[in-house]
Design a protein around this ligand. Structure first.
Ligand code: ADP
Ligand code: MG
Length: 674
């Protein structure tokens, strides 16, 4: 920029330089004190003596001071003047000579004149000497005339030069002013320049920062570009997918249209169906009403049937011979078929026992005595758990209908009571006993009845009565295996309902929960068994299920307990062992068992004979079960029999006991136990 635009400062300088030669040209002007001044003075002295005289002393010096740059051309050598002189007309030359002569004539010595030495008059001869050829030395007038002309010429030039000088001075002032202005301007510009430089530096710094930023951005741009590429690829893929989806959408729309058409058709159908449904609902309500009536009728008839069958029933179950046990002699136990032939369920059992004492006395082996018993049902050894349950399912149904039910398992130890009630060992579902089967049946029937508006709830408890003390088999934690802290109490004063204090009553609603409870009871029995040997066989296990049913719509309620009792072993005390060491405790146990079992027998018999006094309170077992025995309650007793000949005596006792509690009494020989 600087090279293109010339700064005003430089312009001024250039002007000054341009003008300088002029000044230099003027520098040729005589300087004060130079020899030239002297020459002029000399000239003035020579040319204008008259003026000197008129102005007086000092005027000459004053003039010299005011006219320092007097006629330049005076430097012209005399030869020049001489060369110019011939050009002048002669007349003029004559006149000049006359003027000089006049001056010389009127010349008086001034104050300076006296100072002039006589030698000074020798100056004119010097001039004269230079122009000897033109003017004769004596032609002073002519010479004077020439000089005057020359002087005039010089004055003219002087004036011109003065004017020029004045102009130059003006120009110089102007230039100086300009220079001052330009100086100020320069300072301003310099300030501006420094500011601009600072700005430029700052700009540079910013530029550096910006370039770093630019680099960073470029890097990011490159990554963004690769990302963009990826995205573009992805976009392509998505576009492809979108096209596919659009096609599918079209298809779906077509199908939707078809569906909508079908829907409108269906809606009409729905409307007609709604009408139909309303009619059906009315019909259903009517049928519901009828169903309820039928259900109530079913309950009534069911109960009637159960009552006809007998509120007290006895089933006999003979377990199979177990592996490792001696095979009983053929015909030891017989199961005569019913009047309907072999397909008729058996209700009779015959036991053959040879009386050794009679044979020994006569010496001839006595023929075995046949003991026939008749029960409501007899299950020979091959009968399965399901077959047994089928027979009692109706009784379980009675419990759901609101009738208390008691099912006992009676028999000597090892005859299959626990197997019948709880089931066999292992996980085989075929081996499941009455308790899990009965509960499963109850849950399923309750579920069915819920559609008719019935809601059922079940609460289970499981206690053991040993030696006339009650123990909770569902106890957990620190109470596990402990016993004797439970008591049978009425729920409240004046209430008929009984409860076992400190025993757990657990709500159950599914098979899994019942399984868990049976498992817990088995564990509790195992803990007790280590403390007292085979205690379980000498205790009664009572599983109680409180059933509560409600029909909220009709304000109906029904509730009854279902009791499943695994009785203690009915075997009598071996007389040979009764008085042995340590047998006193066992004797007491056996007496307690026999007492409670005989009390049970007495209670049942009193009930079947409809006696006014029923001795419930004579044992803990009958006391606990008093609300489930008698009245509308249904009772079923399983008499479990061992198939072994060695147990014939105990089997006979069990059969006799069971026959006694059965109504009507069996036709076979009956002997009271003990
Ligand atoms: P209890 O409870 O009367 O003392 P258990 O129920 O413990 O007798 O039965 C004794 C043994 O006989 C057990 O091993 C049991 O599995 C078996 N048992 C009992 N009844 C049957 C049966 N009907 N079928 C197969 N095994 C049986
Ligand atoms: Mg048992």
């Amino acid at each position: 920029m600087e090279s293109q635009q010339r700064s005003p400062l430089l312009e001024v300088k250039g002007n000054i330089e341009l003008k300088r030669p002029l000044v230099k040209a003027h520098s040729r002007l005589p300087l004060p004190g130079s020899s030239f001044k002297r020459g002029r003075d000399q000239m003035e002295d020579v040319v204008e003596p008259e003026k000197k005289r008129t102005r007086g002393p000092g005027t000459a010096s004053k003039f010299a001071a005011s006219q320092p740059r007097a006629p330049v051309r005076t430097t012209v050598p005399p030869t020049q003047g001489q060369t110019a002189a011939p050009k002048l007309p002669k007349k003029t030359g004559l006149r000049c000579s006359t003027a000089v002569a006049t001056v010389l004539k009127n010349q008086k010595p001034g104050p300076a004149a006296p100072a002039q030495k006589p030698g000074t008059a020798a100056a004119p001869p010097k001039l004269e000497g230079k122009k000897p050829s033109k003017r004769p030395a004596w032609d002073l007038k002519g010479q004077l005339c020439d000089l005057n002309a020359e002087l005039k010429c010089c004055r003219e030039k002087t004036r011109t030069l003065d004017q020029e000088n004045q102009q130059l001075r003006d120009q110089l002032r102007e230039a100086q002013q300009q220079a001052t202005d330009l100086g100020a301007e320069r300072r301003t510009l310099e300030g501006e320049l420094s500011r601009v430089r600072a700005q430029a530096e700052q700009g540079q710094q910013e530029l550096g920062n910006l370039s770093a930023h630019v680099l960073e951005l470029e890097e990011r741009l490159s990554t963004q570009e690769s990302l963009v590429e990826e995205l573009q690829k992805e976009q392509l893929g998505l576009q492809e997918e979108r096209r596919g989806l659009a096609t599918r959408l079209e298809e779906q729309e077509k199908r939707l249209q078809a569906s909508e058409a079908a829907l409108s058709g269906s809606q009409a159908e729905v409307a007609s169906l709604r009408k139909e449904t309303a009619a059906q609902v009315a019909l259903l309500a009517e049928r519901g009403e009828r169903l309820h009536w039928l259900e109530m009728e079913r309950r009534r008839l069911h109960n009637q049937l159960q009552e006809l069958k007998g509120n007290i029933r006895v089933f006999c179950r003979v377990r199979p011979v177990l592996p490792g046990e001696p095979t009983p002699p053929p015909g030891f136990l017989l199961f005569p078929s019913g009047p309907g032939g072999p397909s008729d369920p058996s209700t009779h059992v015959s036991l053959f026992r040879s009386d050794e004492r009679r044979g020994t006395l006569s010496g001839v082996p006595a023929a075995p005595t046949r003991y026939d018993f008749s029960f409501d049902r007899v299950f020979p050894p091959g009968s399965g758990q399901d077959e047994v349950f089928e027979e009692i399912a109706m009784l379980v149904q009675s419990a759901l209908d609101g009738y208390p039910v008691c099912i006992f398992a009676y028999g000597q130890t090892g005859s299959g009571k626990t197997f019948t009630m709880e089931g066999g060992p292992g996980e085989d579902p075929q081996m499941e006993g009455l308790i899990p089967r009965a509960l499963r049946h109850l849950f399923s029937v309750a579920q069915e009845l819920s559609s008719q508006g019935w809601t059922y709830s079940f609460v289970a408890s499981y206690v053991e009565i040993y030696n006339e003390t009650v123990r909770d088999l569902l106890a957990t934690g620190t109470r596990k295996g402990q016993g004797g802290d439970c008591e049978i109490r009425r729920v409240g004063p004046g209430s008929e309902e009984l409860t076992v204090t400190n025993a757990r009553y657990v709500p159950v609603s599914c098979e899994g929960e019942v399984e868990a409870l049976l498992h817990l009871a088995r564990q509790n029995r195992a803990v007790a068994r280590t403390a007292q040997n085979e205690r379980s066989s000498r205790s009664h296990s009572v599983f109680q299920l409180q059933i509560s049913g409600e029909h909220a719509g009709r304000g109906l309620q029904c509730g009854a307990p279902l009791n499943l009792v695994d009785l203690a072993g009915s075997e009598r005390l071996d007389p040979g062992l009764a008085f042995g060491p340590g047998e006193r405790e066992r004797l007491r146990e056996t007496q307690a068992i026999n007492s409670s079992l005989s009390t049970l027998g007495l209670v049942i018999m009193a009930l079947s004979n409809k006696e006014s006094h029923v001795p419930y309170r004579n044992s803990k077992l009958t006391y606990l079960l008093q609300n489930s025995l008698g009245g509308s309650a249904k009772m079923l007793m399983f008499v479990n029999i061992s198939p072994l000949e060695e147990n014939a005596s105990e089997s006979l006792n069990s059969l006799r006991f069971a026959s006694k509690v059965r109504v009507p009494p069996s036709p076979g020989p009956v002997r009271t136990p003990g």
